[in-house]
Design a protein around this ligand. Structure first.
Ligand SMILES: Cc1cc2nc3c(=O)[nH]c(=O)nc-3n(C[C@H](O)[C@H](O)[C@H](O)COP(=O)(O)OP(=O)(O)OC[C@H]3O[C@@H](n4cnc5c(N)ncnc54)[C@H](O)[C@@H]3O)c2cc1C
Length: 482
C-alpha cells in the first residue's frame, strides 16, 4: 500500500455551509477562500469531549480528543437528483462500494494511489522478463457470508477467481507439516490478486477511475465536497467515502470537518508485516522428503515468519518447470520490532530482515543452518499498515450531516471478505440516504460512536472456517460451485 505520509500537508481551514447556495461552477471550480470557518454547528453532532472508557487502542487519548474538537461540517443543501460519490481508495472495499453504488444507480469516481494497478493490499508483483509472479499481500481467502459468496460466485464465472486446490496447512518449527482439511474451499485470483481488482470495473458504466491519484485534501463548499491532489482539483462530489486507513487517512481527516469519522479512524490500530519475495532456481527441500508437501503454510513457532507460499505452484500449477517464486510473510511481532519508514528502508535493515527471514524459513523447514539455497531474485517490502488489530464490528460508518462514510476491512475484521462486505454495506447505506432526500439525516448516522474490540486471527488475517472456533465470529462456511 502506498502511503505518502511524509508529504502530507496540513489541511486548509474549512468553509461555512450555512444555507443552500446556488453557484454555477465553471470547469475549474473556484478554490474555496482560506479564511477561518464559522459553522452552523449541529449540536446533536457536537464533538465528544470526553471518553468514558480508558483508551485501549490506537492513537493517544489527547490526539483523539484533538480530532474530536474539530467543528462538524453540516450540509444543508438538498441531495441532487443524480448525486455522485467520490471514493478515496481502490482496494477491495472501495471497489465493492463503487460496484454496489452502480447497482443502485449512483455514479462514483474511485481515486487510488496505485501506480501499477488498483487493489491496494491485493498486491501481485510480476517481474519481467521471466516472468516471476508473487502475491505479496493477500494470499487467499475463504467465504463465510452469503453476500460475499454471491459476489465470488460471479467472479468465478467471469474467470477472475478460482479454488486453490493445492495443499495448505500448518508448519511447525523443524519441518513438521500438518495439512488443513480441504474444506472450506480457499479462493485465489486466477492470475494473482491484483488482476481481480483491475478487472472488476471493466464492465461498469457509472464508475470513473482516477489512478494514480493521491487525494491530499477534502473541502466542503456549497453543499459538495471538493477533492484535490496537491492543489490540483480532482472534482466535486455530493458524498465522499474514505476507503483507506492508517496515517494517510488520519491526516486527510485531520481537519476535514468530520470529527466523529476522524475520531473513529484514529482508534484503529494496525500491525506491520514484512514481505520477502524470493525466486529460487530449484525447488525447496525439506529433510527426508522427496516431494515438497505443501503450496502454502501458516508457520508456527518461528519468530520471523508467519506464512510461506509457493506462488509458482499456486498460480501456474504444473505448467511451470521454471523458477520457484515464494512469498514469505513475517509475524506481526517481527514486523513491529523491525519497523522503519516503509517508503525508505535503510540498507542495513533490508539486509538484517532479509537474512532474518531466510533463517526463519530454514528453521521452519528444519534445514541445517546456512543450507537454504540463495534466491537468484529477492525483494523486501514492509507493509507498515498491514492488518487491523481492532475493530468497531460494524459494517460501515456514515456521517449523514457531513455526507461522508468509511468502509474497509477493519470495520468487521482483517480480510478481503470483511473489506468487500463493508464496501457493499456502505454503498447501500449511501444509496438509501440519497433516496431519502437527506431530510432526516439523524436516521442515517451509523457507527460514529461504536467502541472497538481486538481482532483475533492469524498474523495475515482471518480465514473463517480455517480457524479454531474461538478465533472467529464469522458465519458458517459456504461452498461455492466452481
Ligand atoms: C501482508 C498481508 C497479507 C494479507 N493476507 C491476506 C490473506 O491471505 N487473505 C485475506 O483475506 N486478507 C489478507 N490480507 C488483508 C487484506 O489484504 C485486506 O483486508 C484487504 O485487502 C483490505 O482492503 P481495503 O479496501 O479495506 O484496503 P486497501 O486494500 O488498503 O485499499 C486502500 C487503497 O486506498 C489507497 N489510498 C490510500 N490513501 C489514498 C489517498 N489519499 N488517495 C487515493 N488513494 C488512497 C491505497 O493505495 C489502497 O490502494 C493481508 C494483508 C497484508 C498486508
Amino acid at each position: 500500500m502506498l502511503c505518502y505520509s511524509h508529504s502530507c500537508h496540513l489541511l486548509q481551514p474549512l468553509l461555512k455551509t450555512h444555507k443552500p447556495l446556488t453557484i454555477t461552477f465553471s470547469s475549474q471550480p473556484k478554490p474555496p477562500p482560506r479564511k477561518r470557518p464559522t459553522f452552523d454547528g449541529d449540536q446533536s453532532q457536537r464533538p465528544i469531549t470526553r471518553n468514558r472508557h480508558k483508551r485501549s487502542y490506537g492513537a493517544s487519548r489527547r490526539s483523539i480528543l484533538k480530532t474530536l474538537k474539530q467543528e462538524q461540517v453540516t450540509f444543508t443543501t438538498p441531495v441532487p437528483d443524480d448525486p455522485t460519490v467520490g471514493i478515496i481508495g481502490g482496494g477491495m472495499a472501495g471497489l465493492a462500494c463503487a460496484l454496489y453504488l452502480e447497482k443502485r444507480g449512483v455514479r462514483s469516481t474511485v481515486f487510488d494511489t496505485g501506480v501499477h494497478g488498483l487493489g491496494g493490499r491485493m498486491g501481485t508483483r510480476i517481474v519481467d522478463p521471466l516472468p516471476l509472479v508473487f502475491d505479496h499481500a493477500a494470499q487467499f481467502f475463504t467465504v463465510s457470508v452469503p453476500r460475499f459468496a454471491e459476489l465470488i460466485q460471479g467472479w468465478v464465472e467471469q474467470g477472475l477467481v478460482r479454488e486453490w486446490q493445492g495443499t495448505i496447512g500448518e508448519l511447525e518449527v523443524g519441518g513438521h507439516f500438518v495439512p488443513l482439511p480441504s474444506s472450506p474451499p480457499r479462493y485465489i485470483g486466477v492470475n494473482g490478486m491484483r488482476p481481480i481488482a483491475d478487472s472488476l470495473l471493466s464492465q461498469t458504466h457509472m464508475i470513473n477511475v482516477e489512478r494514480p491519484t493521491w487525494i491530499s485534501k477534502l473541502e466542503p463548499f456549497n453543499g459538495t465536497w471538493y477533492l484535490s491532489e496537491n492543489g490540483k482539483p480532482r472534482g466535486q462530489f455530493d458524498a465522499i467515502v474514505i476507503a483507506h486507513n492508517g496515517k494517510c487517512a488520519n491526516r486527510l481527516l485531520g481537519s476535514s470537518g468530520l470529527p466523529l469519522i476522524a475520531g473513529q479512524m484514529k482508534r484503529l490500530e494496525l500491525s506491520s508485516v514484512w514481505a520477502l519475495l524470493a525466486a529460487f532456481e530449484d525447488p525447496l527441500q525439506i529433510p527426508g522428503g522427496d516431494t515438497f508437501p505443501f503450496e502454502g503454510a501458516f508457520v508456527k513457532g518461528v519468530d520471523s515468519i508467519s506464512w510461506m507460499a509457493n506462488n509458482t505452484k499456486k498460480l501456474l500449477g504444473s505448467q511451470s518447470g521454471g523458477p520457484h517464486c515464494w512469498t514469505f510473510l513475517s509475524t506481526a511481532a517481527y514486523g513491529k520490532r523491525n519497523k522503519v519508514p516503509q517508503e525508505n528502508i535503510p540498507t542495513a535493515t533490508k539486509e538484517k530482515v532479509t537474512t532474518g527471514m531466510l533463517m526463519g524459513v530454514e528453521e521452519a523447514l528444519g534445514l541445517p543452518k546456512g543450507s537454504l539455497q540463495t534466491p537468484f531474485y529477492s525483494r523486501l517490502q514492509l507493509w507498515g499498515a498491514a492488518l487491523p488489530t481492532n475493530t468497531p464490528g460494524i459494517p460501515c460508518i456514515f456521517d449523514p450531516h457531513g455526507r461522508a462514510g468509511i468502509c474497509g476491512d477493519w470495520l468487521l475484521g482483517s480480510n478481503l471478505e470483511s473489506a468487500a462486505i463493508s464496501g457493499m454495506a456502505l454503498a447501500n447505506h449511501i444509496a438509501d440516504y440519497f433516496q431519502s432526500g437527506g431530510d432526516h439525516p439523524e436516521e442515517f448516522a451509523v457507527g460514529l460512536r461504536n467502541g472497538f474490540e481486538p481482532i483475533k486471527g492469524h498474523d495475515i488475517g482471518q480465514f473463517p472456517g480455517l480457524e479454531p472456533q474461538s478465533q472467529t465470529h464469522a458465519a458458517p462456511e459456504m461452498q461455492l460451485t466452481t
